[in-house]
Design a protein around this ligand. Structure first.
Ligand code: HEM
Length: 419
């Protein structure tokens, strides 16, 4: 089969619903054409960058490869509708991921310290409480669909608690963030690209309604939370513009949610499919830190980001032209044989583990220390209190090439009886 026959799959969302096929497609690209120009029907041409070193090379040079305006691959028609709706910017609200240069540095600087390990340490109690609540919830019964009722809820509750969002708004926000991040799944698949762009705009509107309400509440009455920090923040002596403030809330809520949920469900699935690794983690809890890194490498929930070239550039042996779009294939980089010769094995003691699940360069994941702690806190609680876990039905993956992971993970289990 010629390589060009992979192009449709590469642009598609369905590739990520089939783990084995996904590994196969990326392994072939890494071996035969690591910087591959793909032409998929309905999409603009794009370069699929599949090797670890090449993703790093692009991400390191954030002046030559910028994030604005397109951060994820879009169909030509949908993108045209979006440009029409957004005065040609492609952004409903500007957020960190779409910013470049000094704007990005200034906006990221507002919360950088808050997300650093020293501050995350102070949040550990809140996160542990949320983990305990979730395991309590699991133990109310002996069966659950972990990917429906537990893994999406936990990080959402953590991030909403840290932001200061009232609890009664959490269920609505769960639905909205999932719609924002997996737009091609289920009903959306049946829509034409323009209808999809319009539907997405409505979801944005509803989401922003919740965020505006929180901003107003914190202006009226400051609290000790991330929302208050942002509402009072200044750039160059000026308060942050209302639309940028909304963009910040949006990116923190969405980036902090589906990513962590996917890593958690996918990580548990990997442990269950490799029972000797699960048992080893129970016996040797000191392996939790490398186990979390291996889960991140293995699940790599951010499926890609797009960068746009600002000048001509030769990457590996390929001539990239100014204006070209490059797809950073993070899940491929995480299995690159050059760094991970036995990458197809899930090993909780893998060190070093230089995965790219959090990206790299100036846009690397702001929430990575929090995410690591969330995974660690949940798995620790889970292993201490739950036993005899079995997969209890068909496992399904979300069909999305943006942020995705396990969609259904039916489990049966028992409470662990201490000996
Ligand atoms: C397992 C969980 C997570 C994964 C796999 C993940 C992955 C990523 C990736 C791949 C990027 C882009 C990096 C790049 O372009 O090089 C990113 C950016 C970002 N992440 Fe995460 N993330 C996770 C959790 C979180 C959490 C918990 C938060 C916050 C609460 C968060 C906030 C952000 C923000 C704000 C950005 C944009 C940073 C920028 O553009 O400067 N993420 N994340």
């Amino acid at each position: 089969m010629p390589l060009s026959e992979l192009d449709e799959e590469l642009a598609s969302h369905r590739l990520f619903a089939d783990e084995a096929r996904c590994r196969e497609v990326f392994a072939r690209l890494r071996a035969e054409d690591p910087v591959h120009l793909a032409h998929a029907k309905g999409y603009p041409p794009f370069w699929a960058v599949t090797k670890h070193a090449d993703v790093m090379e692009v991400e390191r040079q954030n002046d030559k490869f910028i994030n604005a305006p397109m951060t994820f691959l879009h169909e030509v028609e949908e993108w045209a509708q979006r440009l029409k709706d957004t005065n040609g910017t492609g952004m409903y609200v500007r957020n960190l991921i779409q910013m470049d240069g000094t704007d990005h540095r200034a906006m990221r600087g507002l919360t950088q310290a808050w997300f650093m390990p020293r501050n995350v340490k102070q949040l550990e109690e809140t996160v542990r409480t949320r983990a305990t609540e979730m395991v309590d919830l699991m133990l109310d019964t002996e069966r659950c669909d972990f990917a429906k009722s537990i893994s999406p809820w936990y990080p959402l509750r953590v991030i909403m608690s840290l932001l200061g969002m009232p609890e009664e708004r959490h269920p609505d926000l769960l639905i909205l963030t999932q719609k924002l991040l997996a737009p091609q799944d289920e009903q959306a698949k049946a829509m034409d690209p323009v209808a999809r762009a319009i539907a997405k705009k409505e979801v944005f509107g509803a989401f922003l309604g919740h965020m505006n309400a929180l901003i107003d509440a914190r202006r009226a009455k400051p609290e000790e939370d991330l929302a208050t920090l942002l509402v009072n923040a200044q750039v160059d002596g000026q308060p942050v513009a209302p639309s940028d403030l909304l963009g910040y809330f949006l990116v923190i809520s969405t980036a902090g949610h589906d990513t962590t949920a996917s890593a958690l469900a996918g990580g548990l699935l990997a442990l269950l499919r490799n029972p000797e690794q699960l048992e080893r983690l129970r016996r040797e809890p000191e392996l939790m830190a490398p186990a979390v890194e291996e889960i991140l490498r293995w699940t790599c929930p951010v499926r890609h980001f797009i960068r746009t070239a600002t000048e001509d550039y030769v990457l590996r042996d390929k001539q990239i032209k100014k204006g070209d779009q490059l797809m950073m294939c993070f899940p491929s980089a995480c299995f690159d044989e050059e760094l991970f010769p036995d990458g197809d094995q899930f090993r909780i003691d893998r060190t070093p583990n230089r995965h790219l699940a959090f990206g790299s360069g100036v846009h690397n994941c702001l929430g990575q220390h929090l995410a690591r702690f969330e995974l660690k806190a949940f798995l620790t609680e889970f292993l201490q209190r739950i036993d005899k876990v079995e997969i209890d039905g068909p496992v399904e993956m979300v069909a999305s090439n943006q942020v995705s992971g396990v969609k259904h993970l039916p489990l049966r289990y028992e409470a662990l009886v201490p000996v």
